[in-house]
Design a protein around this ligand. Structure first.
Ligand code: FAD
Ligand code: FMN
Length: 834
């Protein structure tokens, strides 16, 4: 078997090592256009997790890598005048040059042929270079990096895409030994600059400077030479560099390209490393990805028995390569997804600068969703304790007046049995100082707890160990005041249609369903999509609020919730529009085709999907009638005792379909631009707000995006305008969901997948609007993460509450949070104050 690697970066070299090690009979040649000591960039960084894979794959190179490592466990974040240090992380770095030298040496030991200064521009050259008397090579590795020539040659087959980042960055080095992974956020007259920096060798650190395009241009860096860049950055970061020199190595300003390929193999050619995929440097994973590709490719060869006899082992190479892609593709997509989220965070970091430095740091550390509140607590309990205390103190500002019956203990840690004054010498005591600034910038750096090289991998905390005891209440339990309503905590039972009503009236099922979830401890339970007219229902099983019998049935549920739990109860009022007149979900959820069907209404006479009934385009009389029905339903909800109402302007139902340009194609003043499309939903909102008591809050649920930007659908930027407009009209809570207006929507699902929309609205709109996030928020850990990072004020959980109605009681027991109200019948299970 003859193998040619085009490219001698980490991917090509590491595969050569692993393959030669496992199959010494293979003849492997690596062609690298550069000289052995001629490489771009400075250091590469690996996390602890990554190292385990390398140790298993090739202990010899692993030993060399670890010998040259700089270790550190801290992350320091400089923002404004503050520095917040987080500890307990495990990283190591080494220079890219050293890594490649280790691989060169290992290749030589194993008998891999290295040819430097050998550029291979296409398949024919690769075939010729690796061919011998027995014909062309059996395997050609396209390990030629980001701008892979082999990938471009077969672009029709590999189908690559390149998504360019919005920021500009420049990879520099600093002749300074940092003691921690260091992030610096520096506001200037031109805009925000940020530095990602980490040590990798004695007296050398990687120093990547990043800013947005307009900042870059305003600062004149678009015209800068390398020397100009160094002069500019040396001046800008003088206090952090402390006299250290900045050094260059092809340090041009670039945009980050995220490379993806639909296919990674073609005949006997395989893409590996950056040629196949890239991941933003802020999660430090490009080299790891390339090396893990090499591991996966070598493992795929190991899974397939070579055929043939005396002429040497021969594999069914295309089958091996298909196996390699199959085994690796999804993992890479996940890493690219996390990298994309992290990249987005840095591209929008100026949005968070108004956050307290402690919250900003928590936000930064949890940005890619890989680290949550709970993970971080494992690594750095003292930091999370400080964040929780800070959050509790903020929330206590909004706590109920003295003597209020519920949750008045929140913010008073002693009353709850929380340890308010940790003993001297404990981790909490060490970090209980006022949080911003925690320390002046320069001394903090100089006094870093873990100088490079002092840590060993074993010293890094074990992520599986039991979490440390809490010192402050988790953010989930913070109360929230909305007008005259005090919510006990930040967990909301999201509205969930039960399709079990009779003539629109909720019955026993609804009493038990909503009652048990209220008993389960959520701060707010929102009753399902409840329609304001009979023709506004999705199905005949939907609840309504158009007559007094329905109001009385709802009143019974409200009375149970108020009488037996600490939860507030809201109701979601809606009109299904063109998505109405359907069978029950468990009967297919399709449009009714028999005599039970009813005419539907919409902004435009276009069906929701092909084959669905064509709705009637609403005229002024329809609009008045529906608006008045919303008002009448709101009055009934008030009489029934509801604490809050939520207007459903999401998921493609009537009001939502006015907002989205995909479903509203009117040519009158209710269609066209966003402010015109918003006009009718706002008329309904204003009329309902006027009828709903002033002391009771209102929520609106929106679909923040149609997930069809390319087709002109509603975008996340539009939803900021929607949010701002509603806030100006007195909206208290915006419940941020997505999609539903078109069956073609392609949501990118994943845990907490709608949080970025809530986050953006919360930071760009502000002004006291409480933002509720929803969608795959899987439990208390996610809730704590979202709240502590400031991404939302409330978290709505739907399906998790179907699995366990007692999500909050469970969290109260797990975290021993005693101020959570428990039903008296369940008190034996409640944690006792210590
Ligand atoms: C600013 C920045 C910071 C980064 N920081 C990190 C980090 O901290 N940690 C990390 O893991 N990763 C980091 N990366 C990513 C990392 O450098 C790459 O992802 C990694 O090097 C990919 O390895 P590779 O072998 O696929 O490609 P490369 O390392 O790019 O290697 C490809 C090789 O092929 C050679 N070549 C190209 N064309 C030809 C040809 N026609 N003929 C012969 N040879 C050819 C090139 O000279 C090169 O040596 C960073 C990247 C950037 C841009
Ligand atoms: C059974 C069920 C019924 C739902 N009914 C409604 C509804 O009445 N109104 C609404 O706005 N969303 C409704 N949704 C959507 C949820 O409120 C929530 O937005 C969605 O399920 C995502 O949250 P989750 O990942 O926590 O489930 C429903 C979801 C489920 C699972």
């Amino acid at each position: 078997m003859r193998i040619v690697s085009v490219g001698g970066g980490p991917g090509g070299l590491y595969f050569a090592i692993l393959m030669k090690r496992a199959h010494p009979e293979c003849a492997i040649t690596v062609h690298e256009r550069n000289r052995p000591d001629d490489t771009f960039g400075f250091g590469v960084v690996f996390s602890d997790e990554t190292l385990g894979n390398f140790e298993q794959a090739d202990p010899e190179s692993f030993a060399q890598i670890t010998k040259h490592f700089a270790y550190w466990g801290d992350i320091e974040t400089f923002v404004g005048d503050a520095c917040v240090r987080s500890t307990g992380h495990g990283f190591c770095g080494l220079s890219r040059m050293r890594l490649l030298q280790i691989f060169h040496e290992r290749c030589r030991q194993l008998g891999v042929e290295l040819r430097f200064g050998s550029e291979i521009k296409n398949l024919a050259e690769a075939a010729a270079a690796g061919g011998g008397p027995a014909g062309p090579p059996d395997l050609i590795l396209a390990a030629d990096g980001l701008n892979s020539a082999l990938r471009d040659e077969f672009a029709d087959h590999f189908r690559p895409t390149i998504e360019w980042g919005r920021a500009r960055f420049c990879w520099l080095g600093a002749r300074r030994q940092l003691g921690a992974f260091t992030f610096i956020f520096k506001e200037t007259e031109w805009g925000l600059f940020q530095v990602h920096s980490y040590p990798f060798e004695k007296n050398l650190s990687t120093w990547i400077v990043e800013c947005d395009e307009s900042t870059w241009r305003a600062a004149g860096l678009d015209q800068a030479t390398e020397a100009d860049t160094v002069a500019f950055c040396s001046d800008l970061f003088a206090e952090h560099l402390q006299g250290a020199e900045l050094v260059t190595n092809r340090s041009v300003w670039r945009s980050f390209p995220t490379v993806r390929n639909e296919r990674w193999h073609h005949g006997n050619v395989v893409l590996i490393g950056d040629a196949a995929h890239t991941a933003h440097f802020s999660i430090g994973s490009g080299t790891k990805l390339a090396m893990e590709d090499a591991i996966a490719l070598a493992a795929a060869f190991g899974r397939h028995a070579p055929r043939g006899g005396s002429g040497g082992a021969k594999w069914d190479v295309p089958a091996v390569l298909a196996d390699y892609q199959e085994s690796r593709y999804v993992d890479c997509l996940k890493i690219q997804k996390a990298a994309r989220v992290s990249q987005d965070w840095f591209e929008n970091s100026s949005r968070y600068l108004q956050q307290d430095p402690l919250q900003f740091t928590f936000n930064l550390l949890t940005r890619s969703k890989k680290i949550t509140w709970e993970n971080l607590r494992q690594r750095d309990p003292a930091l999370v304790d400080r964040v929780d205390r800070w959050f509790a103190d903020q929330a206590a500002v909004h706590a109920p007046p003295p003597g209020a019956p519920l949750h008045s203990a929140y913010g008073n840690r002693k009353a709850q049995g929380w340890d308010d004054a940790p003993a001297a010498g404990t981790a909490a005591a060490a970090t209980a100082a006022p949080m911003a600034p925690t320390a002046p910038a320069a001394p903090t750096v100089a006094a870093s707890a873990n100088p490079v090289g002092e840590r060993s991998i074993e010293a890094i905390p074990d992520a599986d160990k039991a979490p440390p005891a809490l010192k402050a209440p988790p953010p989930l339990f913070a109360p929230l005041r909305l007008r005259g309503l005090q919510l006990a905590n930040r967990v909301v039972v999201s509205p969930m249609c039960q399709y079990s009503a009779t003539d629109g009236a909720p019955g026993e099922w609804h009493l038990v369903h909503l009652g048990s979830r209220a008993v389960g401890g959520a701060g707010l339970v929102i009753g399902e999509m409840t329609d304001v007219t009979p023709h506004g229902r999705i199905t005949l099983g939907c609840t309504g609020m158009w007559n007094d019998a329905q109001a009385a049935a709802w009143g019974r549920i409200v009375a149970f919730v108020h009488g037996n739990s600490g939860a507030a109860i809201g109701l979601q009022l809606a009109h299904a529009g063109r998505k109405g007149s359907c069978t029950l979900p468990w009967e297919g959820g399709e449009p009714l085709r028999d005599g039970r069907a009813w005419p539907t209404l919409a902004p435009t006479a276009e069906p929701f999907a092909p084959g669905w009934p064509v709705p009637r385009a609403m005229d002024r009389a329809d609009m008045d009638a529906v608006r008045d029905a919303f008002v009448a339903a709101a009055r009934r909800a008030d009489h029934a005792g509801f604490d809050l109402i939520e207007l459903h302007m999401a998921h493609g139902y009537l009001l939502s379909s006015f907002i989205s340009p995909l479903s509203n194609r009117r040519t009158d003043e209710y269609g066209g631009s966003l402010d015109h499309r918003l006009r009718y939903p706002l008329e309904v909102f204003d009329a309902v707000r006027a009828a709903w008591p002033a002391h009771k809050p209102m929520s609106v649920r929106i679909s923040a995006t149609d997930w069809l930007d390319d087709e002109g659908g509603l975008t996340a930027a539009d939803s900021v305008v929607v949010a701002r407009t509603l806030r100006e009209r007195g909206l208290d809570v915006l419940d941020v969901s997505s999609a539903g207006n078109s069956p073609r929507s392609q949501p990118v699902y994943g845990r907490m997948y709608q949080v970025p929309f809530a986050d953006r609205i919360r930071h760009e709109v502000g002004g006291g609007l409480a933002v509720m996030s929803v969608g795959a928020i899987q439990g208390p850990d996610h809730v704590n993460t979202i709240l502590a990072a400031g991404r939302a004020d409330l978290c709505a959980l739907a399906r998790p509450h179907l699995v366990d109605p007692h999500v909050v009681l469970g969290a109260s027991a797990a975290y021993e949070y005693v101020a959570q109200p428990w039903p008296k019948q369940y008190l034996p299970a409640k944690p006792k104050p210590k």
